[in-house]
Write a protein that binds this ligand. Sequence first.
Ligand code: GDP
Ligand code: GDP
Length: 467
Amino acid sequence: MTFKIAIVGRPNVGKSTLFNRLAGKKLALVDDTPGVTRDRRIHDAKLYDLRFDVIDTAGFEDAAAATLEGRMRAQTELAVSEADLILFMIDAKAGLTPNDRAFADIVRRAGKPVVLVANKAEARGAQGGMLEGWELGLGEPIPISSEHGQGMPDLREAIIEALGEERVFPPDEEDEPASFVPEVLIGEDIADPEAEEVPSYDATKPLRIAVIGRPNAGKSTLINALVGEERLLTGPEAGITRDSISVDWEWRGRKMKLFDTAGMRRKSRVQEKLERLSVADGIRAIRFAEVVIIVLDATIPFEKQDLQLADLIIREGRAAVIAFNKWDLIDNPQELLAELREKTDRLLPQVRGIRAVTVSAETGRGLDRLMEAVTATHEVWNRRISTGRLNRWLEGVLAHHPPPAVAGRRLKIKYLTQVKARPPGFVISCSRPDAMPQSYIRYLTNGLRESFDMPGVPIRIMLRAPE
Ligand code: GDP
Ligand code: GDP
């Protein structure tokens, strides 16, 4: 069972060029003239180890030709409705146009997983256009060049994250070796290999928190309850400082800074813009935060938008906790909680074990437990594990469940080291990174998560051949 990807975007952004690259054929006609009519095509495609069907929607007439607008929409909607994932393409060189926004609206309404790609990123001046892409509220723009084949590893990564590993690598194909060498991306903060497990955060700095969720989930009520005046009186500095973006307060003597999306939203109560605004706010908030509180209305939990927001948090490498709000309205708490926990782990496998707390923003119940979950998750997100401990653990793992043999040769793992925190990132040095099956990488990720107690944070694993 393979999945379908529709490439969607206004004319001339480079959809056919990418289609050809993925399908490995000169199928779609590439033309410089916008509006050259072509048919929608489906073709089997691959991107490194990913196999899927790609739907090309190239050739829609320019929306300026009013009579053709309906047709354009109908075709895009058809492609979108057939697809499991939408690859929404913009032209980073040209920047956003009203047409991009119109297409983005169609895509947003579909509520399907979306990967936003900013094409022609190799072009001079493409940076500005790429940044504009954030305004679409479709997540982080992935810079690529369809023509030159650049950015393809990031595109692969984004597709996996958007669809989920279970969907991309169905269990029956699990032991196929990955033909892809994950690139080693080491951030600025390379760990001292002997660093011990001390939290790498500065406890004198405020812990940055954002509260996100659908409209009406209870975000404003929760924020007000968290930073309410009575709490503030207990801290050494009375009074709260509130600028347009954040609110400072203290919890159990610890400084906290909260990104106030709800406040921003109140300033612009244009009904039709509500949904879009909450997504755009969500993106800003996620970038600001170290820990994100996802507020779900327990009476209507887990809609698509919640999952998209959660997905974005994971992509951005943030730590997250879930607040199941309005718990005061629930009359079967035991049952519902079990159901919600099961759903959470199934729908968000990337952050298995994520802390979820039942709260009532209105009555204030559960808020201390919520803040305990926030600080605990922050600690995990910042954690550094010593190379010594990691390798003692690895020895045990290799003894009990070594990597499989590929083409008669056993894959060798030499060592494991944590190269970064915030979120935790590890490098595995192994004989043939390109042959290591994804299933084994997943096995190690889950093992690390359990053995070193790292629930609720994204874990990055990179493979590297020894020098
Ligand atoms: P479509 O209408 O969205 O299918 O766009 P096409 O694939 O036909 O591409 C439109 C134009 O953009 C063509 O002239 C392509 O050669 C050019 N193009 C496509 N991808 C890139 C790229 O990555 N960089 C640059 N500079 N040009 C590109
Ligand atoms: P926001 O749009 O996410 O900021 O949501 P609000 O904070 O404005 O809350 C939306 C509605 O839900 C309001 O009518 C709140 O009074 C109500 N609400 C918020 N939290 C709770 C709660 O814990 N219990 C109950 N019963 N209602 C709540």
